[in-house]
Design a binder for this molecule. Structure first.
Ligand code: NAD
Length: 475
């Protein structure tokens, strides 16, 4: 039996142990779920929705225990409660939307464009769905794809991050109240992720681009679809017509929520020279007013880094920028406080595109600001990244913002606000470049991707004789 430890991000202590799933455990869970899946799919969408609603009730009833476990792993209380609530809301939303969506699928027989045939479609779920999740939003990202997969009729096997495993213990008690739901967890790191891919028929991965490529390779070896939701380096363009104080408030929130450990965080800001001075002043003032949640974990805005080496990586980016001529207007130093690793919002000016902080994903509360004279150049710079997750534009009007937003290479564009992708669930989007691959997890596509279409082709005339293929008959 292999045991792994998890670190408490507030104390730095390894104060939680869990058993790593063995190959045999993973195979056995997969076999159990596969055996249960046909009956689950045969239940039909309405009855599956009822089960999801009962799961939502049970999640809500256990919200204090789930949120407490999550708060220890992530070092944040308010967001832990929001995550648990988010899972319940996602279950209710798919339970409501799923049956109508599945019932509305086109199953009508119709004449084919090829004369003499009639065609219709039939839909069946991929039997066993798998998910591999990161540590930044452990509950939400472990279930964001699993819930629509379950609604579609799949069974679901989920691997949470080994960095944030604590919610699984109370979640198993919740699941015990809904025994007909074919959902299970496997625990561990990269090896368990790889073993999971070998067991499932469809894999959804959320995490870094480097790991995403390894997941895609493993999925290719199994010939199964892989949906990848990966990293980002999201830009925000602020035009001369934007109100500088309003823009500064939005830029700050869009960049530092969850200590910047969100994939769709704003990580590069481009501001027009005309308003750069008041914008930077307002941004630095607002940044200095943000409190870290230390020493009282229930007071303040931003908590410690969940993953300790993250703090070191962010400090290296800041130091690299300083060495190349950037200026720090607020924050700037990672602090180790009683074993927790914190960074106050760090606004940086005089940055340039060769700096690591402008190229690599930061995943911290850092706001590098570039002043531009030419809007076209700003768009070129905003697109000058390997990533294409999302982007934002703040302008004098929605029309002005939209015109600029249409030129940005990203899967989702927020206009007159930032980082809106996490706030809406029905905006279908396809990440670009190194930020992801595959159908959208948002919108109806989030469920429809788990249904395979089977073509039913009906001969309505005479079946072709073999003589139709006789060589030489037309010569
Ligand atoms: P990570 O890639 O290190 O790990 C993610 C998961 O993959 C973990 O469960 C890990 O155990 C597993 N894993 C690691 N190596 C593996 C392998 N070889 N095969 C199979 N599984 C393996 O990511 P992380 O550090 O946990 O999360 C942060 C990253 O996630 C950031 O890059 C962030 O941008 C990204 N992210 C993206 C989205 C999105 O929707 N696009 C959302 C949240 C986070």
């Amino acid at each position: 039996m292999t045991v792994m430890s998890a670190r408490n991000p507030r104390t730095g202590e390894l104060d939680y142990e869990f058993v790593v799933s063995s190959r045999a455990d993973i195979a056995a869970e997969a076999a159990r779920l596969r055996a249960a899946q046909p009956a689950w799919e045969a239940l039909g969408p309405e009855d599956r929705a009822q089960v999801l609603l009962r799961f939502a009730d049970a999640v809500e009833a256990a919200a204090p225990q789930l949120a407490e476990a999550l708060a220890i792993d992530t070092g944040r209380h308010a967001i832990a409660a929001i995550e648990v609530d988010g899972l319940a809301r996602s279950l209710r939303r798919w339970a409501e939307r799923g049956p109508a969506l599945i019932a509305g699928l086109d199953r009508e027989a119709k004449p084919s464009a090829s004369p003499g045939f009639e065609i219709r479609a039939d839909y069946t779920a991929f039997p066993l769905f798998g998910a591999i999740a990161p540590w930044n939003f452990p509950i939400v990202l472990s279930h964001i794809d699993a819930v629509p997969a379950l609604m579609a009729g799949c069974a679901a096997l989920v691997k949470p991050s080994e960095v944030t495993p604590r919610f699984v213990e109370p979640m198993l008690e919740v699941l015990a109240q809904v025994p007909e739901l074919p959902l299970a967890y496997v625990m561990g790191g990269a090896d368990v992720g790889q073993a999971l891919i070998e067991e499932v028929d469809y894999i959804c991965f959320t995490g870094s681009t480097a790991t995403g490529k390894k997941v895609a390779e493993a999925a290719a070896r199994q010939l199964i679809p892989a949906n990848l939701e990966l990293g980002g380096k999201d830009p925000m363009i602020v035009t001369a017509n934007a109100d500088p104080e309003w823009a500064a408030r939005i830029a700050l929130r869009s960049s530092i929520v969850a200590t910047g450990q969100a994939c769709q965080s704003i990580e590069r800001i481009f501001v027009a020279r005309e308003i750069a001075e008041p914008f930077l002043a307002a941004l630095a003032d607002a940044a200095k007013a943000v409190a870290i949640t230390f020493p009282d974990p229930r007071k303040g805005h931003i908590g410690p880094f969940i993953f300790p080496s993250q703090g070191q990586k962010v400090q290296e980016q800041i130091d690299d920028a300083l060495a190349r001529g950037a200026r720090v207007l607020s924050g700037g130093r990672v602090e180790n406080l009683d074993g927790g690793v914190y960074l106050r919002p760090t606004v940086m000016a005089d940055v340039s595109s060769d700096m690591a902080v402008m190229q690599e994903e930061t995943f911290g509360p850092v706001l590098p600001v570039t002043v531009f004279d030419d809007l076209e150049q700003a768009v070129v710079q905003a697109n000058n990244t390997d990533y294409g997750l999302s982007a934002a534009v703040l302008a004098g009007s929605t029309a002005e913002a939209a015109k600029i937003g249409m030129q940005l290479e990203a899967g989702a564009i927020s206009l007159q606000d930032g980082a809106l992708t996490s706030m809406v669930s029905d905006a279908t989007n396809h990440s670009r470049k190194a930020s992801g691959l595959g159908p959208s997890r948002m919108g109806d596509e989030g469920l429809l991707r788990f249904l395979r279409r089977r073509a039913i082709i009906i001969q309505t005339g005479e079946a072709l004789p073999i003589d139709a293929y006789r060589e030489g008959q037309n010569s």
